[in-house]
Write a protein that binds this ligand. Structure first.
Ligand SMILES: CC(=O)SCCNC(=O)CCNC(=O)[C@H](O)C(C)(C)COP(=O)(O)OP(=O)(O)OC[C@H]1O[C@@H](n2cnc3c(N)ncnc32)[C@H](O)[C@@H]1OP(=O)(O)O
Length: 393
């Protein structure tokens, strides 16, 4: 396998843009990734276009990439549509990495764009329900979601189990939100940038106990793009060198038993990179709910089982801490335009490894981990991706 370098990154601001379509979002993210890389549109050999739910919201259910990118310079060469639920962006990134690593392409584009807002909110909530397998929906009687995404019921159930197991409290989940907003207040691309207090989070509308409004990832539109190149190409182009050391993708176990998708994806990535959790300086994880972030500290090996809360309470995972987690605000505050999220995580980490993350920079960052989960199958996510980036070879 060849060494692969992240040579260009670009995104839109995430938020609710009722009157903006997938095409305009994708064009903006792509043109800023092109500008960042100094690489021409015509040099892109292959494009992986991530989008999970917009088809259900806008009615454009197939050829979404070709439609979104029809006015750009990537047309004429392969555009491959990627739908892997909330990990669609990470999957597009995985495929782009594979194309370059295998020698099939010198330059590959991973782009994710999502349009979730709709005048009729039940359309958006209905689209989210498609990410849960139908048997699970029936078990949880979630066929007709009312006022929120079915995922928040699933994440609430997980949070309740975790509280019992670890002794974590809703106040801990609120602390995740406070940390997340503090980080997002420094991120010009984030959906929610104003700070919140623990009391405000606990006092916000109950969505699915124990998760209040602020503890749920929001509905967002947005796009993000990353251009991956071979190391030789990067040297010729003079691109900054952020290496993709490992890029693992796993699906749920057949019997639903054993380690979770996130644990297995992280283990595969650590093994490939020859690194362990102790080597990671900064991480972006799939905080679809505030409680999920704490559980992920444990699944990714940052804390022992049941001990994730200690890491949070000590401030280790805040901006300025030993291991900032979600320094871009995560899904909770940067926003979660599903197909774009996995690539936005890569963008955030790339800025830390380049040393250009400004006020939220993890000083001395050399290795970074992104984890993204997708869908729901039985008791676990349907899939998870883990990527390790470094600024050394
Ligand atoms: C594998 C996975 O990734 S699973 C995750 C997939 N994603 C999801 O499931 C999405 C989950 N989220 C939701 O279902 C919805 O965002 C809800 C139910 C939490 C909120 O629904 P909305 O219809 O957006 O909220 P609503 O319109 O009632 O918002 C009221 C206000 O709260 C704000 N708000 C909405 N969500 C949030 C949030 N997470 N945090 C803080 N404020 C929020 C809105 O901006 C709005 O403010 P405004 O009145 O100033 O504009």
């Amino acid at each position: 396998m060849r060494q692969v370098v992240v040579a260009g990154i670009g995104q839109t601001v995430f938020g609710k843009f009722l009157h903006r379509g997938v095409r305009s979002l994708a064009e903006e993210a792509l043109s800023s990734a092109i500008a960042d890389s100094g690489i021409g549109y015509e040099q892109i050999d292959v494009t992986y276009f991530a989008n999970a739910l917009s088809g259900l919201v806008t009615g454009q259910e197939t050829i979404r990439g070709q439609v979104a990118l029809r006015n750009t310079g990537v047309m004429g060469r392969p555009i491959i549509n990627v739908d892997n639920a909330c990990a669609s962006g990470s999957t597009a990134f995985h495929l782009a990495w594979l194309s370059v690593a295998s020698g099939q392409a010198d330059v590959a584009l991973a782009i994710g764009a999502e349009k979730l807002t709709h005048e009729d909110k039940s359309v958006t909530f209905g689209a989210f329900a498609s990410g849960v397998d139908v048997e699970e929906r029936a078990r949880l009687q979630m066929e007709a979601p009312q006022g929120h995404s079915v995922f928040m019921d699933i994440y609430a159930e997980r949070a309740r189990r975790y509280m019992e197991f670890s002794g974590a409290t809703p106040k801990d989940f609120a602390l995740v939100c406070v940390k997340s907003r503090q980080a997002a207040s420094m991120n010009e691309w984030a959906q929610f940038r104003s700070p919140v207090t623990v009391d405000e989070v606990l006092g916000s509308r109950m969505i699915s106990a124990p998760l209040t409004l602020n503890m749920c990832s929001p509905i967002a539109d947005g796009a993000a793009a990353a251009i991956l190149v071979s190391e030789e190409f990067a040297q010729r182009a003079g691109a900054p060198h952020v290496y993709v050391k490992a890029c693992a993708l796993v699906s749920a176990n057949k019997d639903g038993l054993g380690p979770t998708c996130a644990e297995r994806a992280a283990k595969a990535a650590y093994d490939t990179a020859g690194l362990g959790p102790e080597d990671i300086h900064v991480a972006e994880v799939h905080d679809a709910s505030a409680a999920a972030e704490i559980m992920l500290y444990e699944r990714l090996g940052f804390a022992a089982p049941g001990r994730g809360v200690s890491l949070l309470r000590a401030g280790d995972t805040s901006v300025g801490g030993r291991l900032p987690v979600n320094p871009g605000g995560g899904l909770l505050s940067r926003g979660h335009p599903v197909g774009a999220t996995g690539i936005a995580q890569i963008i955030e980490l790339t800025t830390h490894l380049r040393g250009t993350a400004g006020a939220r920079q993890r000083e001395g960052a050399k290795a970074a981990l992104a984890e993204c989960s997708g869908g729901q199958l039985g008791a676990d996510s349907a899939l998870a991706a883990a990527t390790i980036l470094t600024n050394f070879k």
